[in-house]
Design a binder for this molecule. Structure first.
Ligand code: SGN
Ligand code: CA
Length: 522
């Protein structure tokens, strides 16, 4: 708007002749926010990260037309806590959601509430994994808990219904319906479009059941890791592809190939209608029969399990990518592309066979790091690459900054807007991590630590007291703990100092840490 027109409008507003006009004019300029997130989507499975595993042309569009972050991390690599960090802009020990088990306090401040209070229309669609009726949203349509792949239940504004269909396509359909028909188009929007896939147990959409079956998938170099050179935690975890994957649930056998007994795949299959079940069996039965003919063992069995897992995982991602394409097309067709910030991320990273693992939780790179792509044509140059270390803690301040809303002062993250515009001078040189869920599923010990550009220092605690140090330049796959290596004494001292400083800055301490320990002995 030209300055004279603005003066005139402002004048009329001040005289009370044109109520609300300033905010309406302002609203037209404020960007929309489309926050896309999937669950357990490792950066290794996005072609924009050039890993060579699969092809995700629609997700890649966000990077090509905007920015890609090469060092984006989470503060606590597990689902519900990560989401709580993103919403509140605070570390787990301050927002209270330290693990998947405890409740989430929806009464605390979260960025959607601030946007809503400042004239945004807000919606939450898909997986959130935080119990209770979501606050801060004009519309919500969410999966209960983890949600189901086939014929899932959705809770629409508090009302629970089972819906026929596949979860990823339904979530996309609801997002498009809200954008097109359910929102107040006179206001800017903030839509959280959050997919359940590719979370375990990796059940692909009917049309993708045979995708990648004829394609070889490369194995990570450290697939046959024996954990020598690492401490107790890497040895005692229960997230090994070869040892911990189940014949039913994970490997998709209705009967155990060795004992012939029915497996725990049954609940997933029973949810399906006849057509879905027929298509499923037509795909898996012949492959399972093939396996039984050969009965591979040793390293061949490990490789077979890896391929079954990763192929199913990648199939699930294909449906996510399709959905991203449909939503980006909707923005294009409705003239919304220019004025909408589109973010793609995951609640954490994931192991795709690195160290022989699936799942997440560890501060080791593949689960600590997460994909992050942002497009905003008005401010971000296409093809921008950001190498600074950023955190999911930064998302709330970033959205608020673009919306012109002041963050709550307790929020601990930094807006990414500056570094996206090339202002990198004062950015952080270290990041702090803290994982709490132990004892728990997958048995990953409690730990916290610091990562700098080159090094990573980790302290595993609770029922052990062990330190690990990695030189990521010399040892990018974190195979050799050098904490006690005398040539790293000085580095170790500096990192310990940095860790203390970060714990102080983010208000974590032994006292706080101890307050989250389980009350009863186990
Ligand atoms: C389930 C999965 C685990 C997974 C957790 C947490 N098991 O318990 O493999 O680590 O969720 O995942 S399953 O048998 O139910 O598939 S998270 O993404 O929600 O944190
Ligand atoms: Ca997750």
């Amino acid at each position: 708007m030209k300055r004279i027109e603005m003066g005139l409008t402002l004048g009329l507003c001040l005289t009370g002749l044109v109520p609300k006009c300033v905010s309406q004019t302002h609203d037209a300029q404020r960007p929309n926010i489309l926050f896309i997130m999937s669950d357990d989507h490792g950066y290794q499975a996005i072609s924009a990260y050039k890993s060579g595993l699969n092809s995700t042309p629609n997700i890649d569009r966000i990077a090509n037309e905007g920015a890609i972050f090469t060092r984006s991390y989470v503060t606590n690599s597990i689902c519900a806590p990560s989401r709580a960090v993103m919403l509140t802009g605070k570390y787990s020990h301050l927002n209270g959601k330290v693990d998947n088990e405890g409740g989430f306090n929806w009464n605390q401040m979260i960025f959607p509430k601030l946007l809503q209070q400042n004239g945004y229309q807000t919606a939450l669609i898909g997986k959130i994994h935080l119990d209770g009726l979501p606050q801060g949203f004009d519309y919500s349509n969410v999966l209960p808990g983890q949600g189901e792949y086939y014929n899932p239940e959705f809770i629409e504004n508090g009302i629970r219904k089972q819906i026929h269909g596949y979860v990823t396509t339904l979530t996309t359909q609801y997002a498009l319906e809200w954008l097109d028909k359910k929102r107040d188009k006179s206001k800017p929007f903030c839509l959280l479009y959050h997919q359940k896939a590719p979370h375990r147990n990796w059940m692909p959409e009917q049309k993708y059941l045979n995708l990648y079956e004829d394609r070889d998938i490369p194995f990570p170099d450290n697939f046959f890791d024996d954990y020598s050179g690492r401490g107790t935690a890497a040895h005692t975890q229960e997230m090994s592809i070869v040892k911990d994957m189940m014949w039913g649930h994970d490997m998709k056998f209705e009967n155990d190939p060795y004992t012939g007994k029915p497996t725990n795949l049954a609940p997933s299959i029973e949810r399906m209608d006849e057509t879905q079940r027929k298509a499923w069996r037509a795909a898996y039965d012949p492959r399972n029969a093939e396996f039984k003919k050969k009965m591979p063992y040793g390293k061949d069995l490990a490789k077979w399990k890896y391929l079954r897992y990763v192929r199913d995982y990648l199939k699930c991602i294909q449906s996510i990518d399709d959905g991203v394409g449909e939503v980006l097309d909707y923005l294009d067709k409705n003239g919304l592309t220019e004025n909408t910030i589109v973010v793609y991320t995951s609640d954490q990273g994931f192991y795709l066979g690195e160290h022989g693992w699936f799942d997440k939780r560890f501060m080791y790179e593949e689960s600590f790091r997460t994909p992050l792509l942002i497009r905003y044509p008005k401010e971000i140059k296409p093809g921008t690459i950001i190498n600074q270390m950023v955190l999911n803690l930064d998302y709330a301040p970033t959205f608020l900054s673009y919306a012109g809303v002041a963050p709550q002062k307790e929020m601990q993250g930094e807006s990414l807007r500056g570094i996206l515009n090339g202002d990198t001078a004062k950015w952080r040189d270290a990041i702090y991590y803290h994982y709490f869920e132990y004892p728990g599923v997958h048995a990953v010990k409690r730990h916290y630590g610091v990562k700098t550009d080159r090094y990573k220092l980790i302290h595993f605690y609770f029922d052990i007291d062990e330190w690990e140090l990695y030189d990521l330049e010399k040892d990018p796959h974190e195979m050799k703990n050098i904490y006690n290596d005398p040539s790293y004494t000085q580095i170790r001292k500096e990192l310990l100092k940095k860790l203390d400083a970060l714990r102080l800055k983010y208000k974590d301490s032994d006292e706080v840490t101890n307050s989250f320990l389980p009350k009863k002995k186990f």
